[in-house]
Ligand binder design. Structure first.
Ligand code: ADP
Ligand code: MG
Ligand code: ZN
Length: 620
């Protein structure tokens, strides 16, 4: 390329942007100079396992240790370098490499995590900018030649992705379970395939369909399957993409999106996470508020403006239908709703079987058993179970995935990965054991509580120990007794700590949050707050659809005080019941906790063996 600059007049803002890019590029290049590491020595490199490296570390044989992403490079300061890899989630503390009790002076360089990201960014950004500048120049030049270049600053254009029609498309057979939802959307496929049939009869084709369901239940998948079955173009955007910095950009993007979709009608526009833009107006907090409103208005305008014969169906997905603006739900807009529920037992087995098709499954696989252990899992989590199991099989160098792999994978997905190498003092382990067994015993002696499935004192995910209650079947309603019983078993951890050690730890904070949420739900949402408050709803139900959002209080100070009192009394009542149970069964609490400390894991049968089955359980 010649270094002759194009002679055309670059518009003002173009020049500014160019200068800005150059400036940023220069800054980043400056920074990244300091960020490079590199010392090349000619030591011999030895591949070791992570446990061998830990042993070398403990033996004081290492002088330096560098962690970069998942690879560890250590050196003995002389001739040998050791290399190994670690699990993606384990950090140095997990691996026991900065143990203060070991008197070594190993130099640890940890460039994993965010630091590496910054490093990578710093090395890439200047090049990207350079490429950007070149592109900018050449597009400008092309524009002058009549090529109609658009430049890289076309903010207002839609980011919608059109699915490649030549690729294999998603079909209903790719969606397992969800029988009712599939039946409902079957109709939509027919609208798209034969719009004339409906037009002749004078029937109006719905413009908008709102798909409602917990995260991972297959809303996006279903929308794709509709487009695939009808064989029409599918434009997909996410609501969160619209929430950007500049006011007006979102609206023009919407206009562009609808223009494209109309051009290729019949077609489907899919707006994922519509709650990001479709929140009730006047409820926004902070920036991006105006922007959201304008975007929302533009969507409504476009939907109203469909001309007859233009079959564009807008499908939106959300897990927060309660926060959506009413204007979105009016007739002629998203007036059709399809609920996608969490899969029940047979649907779970179907989803597992479907995703198991492309995996090497052993002969002992029983998907029904896995389905029975995964109450409450969404499709995405079930898919994840199979994937984790496959990874485990690879790690064990097995030829096929075994049932045991699947069982382990269910635990990993439900409770997080085991962190065996995390160092915990004996005192803390003991507290954790009593805490977990406290949950288990308290739950065991409640009438409606789910059976204990597993208790562990091996840290998992973010927790030091876990008690896993597993329902025996899918349930859809909870009685007030059930909610009270849940609070009793949630109190178990903290009460046990208090009974045995006479103090409380911070380990119970999550339990307390959940207890409070249950009590508030009972009083404010489900009308279970006693006669004085009556069956009045003070806050809308959140169901399983995500985080609690706090409504503006619409009740008097007196009512607020009553609510507070009721909430507190429910919580206290549950705590008292829990304390009575644990005091009555103190010898068992000791025995099971000490056994658990030894075993680390305890399964249902082992736990139940402590109780005499012939003895009638006395519920408090
Ligand atoms: P959502 O949009 O509801 O959050 P997705 O459609 O993105 O969920 O689902 C994520 C993944 O989970 C899908 O790509 C699919 O692999 C799997 N999945 C979810 N539900 C099902 C189902 N009913 N059948 C088969 N796979 C499913
Ligand atoms: Mg989705
Ligand atoms: Zn707890």
């Amino acid at each position: 390329m010649k270094d002759k600059k194009p002679k055309q007049k670059i518009p003002q803002n173009g020049l500014k942007a160019l200068a800005l890019m150059a400036l940023i590029g220069a800054i980043f290049m400056g920074i990244s100079q300091g960020g490079t590491l590199g010392n090349i020595t000619n030591a011999t490199v030895q591949e070791v396992s992570i446990s061998e490296l830990q042993q070398l570390y403990r033996d004081g044989q290492l002088k330096s240790l560098e962690i970069k992403d998942n690879s560890l490079t250590a050196s003995d300061g002389e001739k040998t370098k050791y290399e190994t890899t670690k699990e993606p989630n384990a950090n140095i503390a997990d691996l026991g490499f900065n143990d203060p009790t070991i008197a070594t002076n190993v130099k640890i360089i940890d460039t994993s995590g965010t630091k590496t990201l910054i490093n990578v960014l710093m090395s890439i950004v200047p090049f990207l900018l350079l490429v950007g500048i070149i592109l900018f120049m050449s597009r400008r030049a092309m524009g002058q030649m009549g090529g109609g270049g658009e430049g890289p600053f076309s903010f207002g254009r839609t980011k919608a992705r059109l699915f490649d029609a030549s690729k294999k498309r998603t079909k209903f057979t790719d969606v397992a379970g969800a029988t009712e939802a599939k039946e409902e959307v079957q109709e939509v496929v027919d609208f798209l395939k034969n719009p004339d049939k409906y037009a002749k009869m004078g029937a109006k084709i719905p413009k908008g369909i709102l798909m409602i369901g917990s995260p991972g239940t297959g809303k996006t998948l279903m929308a794709r399957a509709i487009a695939g079955e009808a064989n029409v173009p599918f434009y997909s955007v996410s609501g969160s993409e619209f929430v950007e910095m500049f006011v007006g950009v979102g609206a023009s993007r919407v206009r562009d999106l609808f223009k494209q979709a109309k051009k290729s009608a019949p077609s489907i526009i899919f707006i994922d996470e519509i709650d990001a833009i479709g929140k009730q107006r006047g409820q926004g907090t902070g920036g991006g508020h105006d922007e959201r409103e304008q975007t929302l208005n533009q969507i409504l305008t476009e939907m109203d403006g469909f001309e007859p014969g233009q079959t564009v169906i807008v499908i939106a997905a959300t897990n927060r239908p309660d926060v959506l603006d009413k204007a979105l739900l009016r007739p002629g807009r998203f007036d059709r709703r399809v609920h996608i529920d969490l899969p029940d037992m047979s649907a779970r087995a179907e989803i597992l079987t479907l995703h198991g098709k492309n995996k090497q499954l052993g002969d002992d696989i029983n998907m029904k058993e896995i389905a029975s252990k995964t109450v409450g899992f969404a499709g995405a989590e079930l898919e994840n179970v199979l994937n984790e199991a496959a990874i485990m099989a690879v790690k064990q160098r097995a030829k096929k995935i075994s049932q045991e792999d699947l069982n382990q994978a269910v635990e990993k997905v439900a409770m997080g990965a085991e962190k065996k190498s995390r160092k915990i003092s004996d005192k803390e382990r003991k507290i954790v054991a009593y805490h977990e067994v406290g949950h288990a015993i308290a739950g065991h002696f409640t009438e409606t509580g789910d059976p204990v499935h597993k208790i562990t004192v091996i840290p998992r995910g973010g927790a030091l120990g876990v008690t896993w209650f597993l329902p025996e079947e899918d349930t859809y309603l909870k009685s007030s007794q059930r909610l009270k019983d849940e609070m009793v078993s949630l109190h178990g951890g903290r009460v046990a700590e208090n009974l045995i050690f006479g103090e409380m730890t911070t380990g119970a904070s999550n339990d307390l949050e959940r207890i409070t949420a249950i009590a508030k739900g009972m009083v404010m949402t489900y009308g279970m707050g006693g006669d004085e408050l009556g069956p009045v709803v003070f806050k809308k139900a959140q169901k399983d659809y995500g985080v609690i959002h706090v409504d503006q209080n619409e009740f008097s100070q007196d009512t607020a005080r009553l609510i507070d009192e009721q909430v507190r009394s429910l919580i206290n009542e549950a705590e008292t019941r829990c304390r009575e149970i644990l005091e009555r069964h103190l010898p068992l609490l000791h025995k099971i906790s000490l056994d658990l400390l030894e075993k680390e894991n305890m399964y249902r049968e082992e736990f139940l063996a402590y109780f005499d089955p012939s003895e009638q359980l006395v519920y408090l």
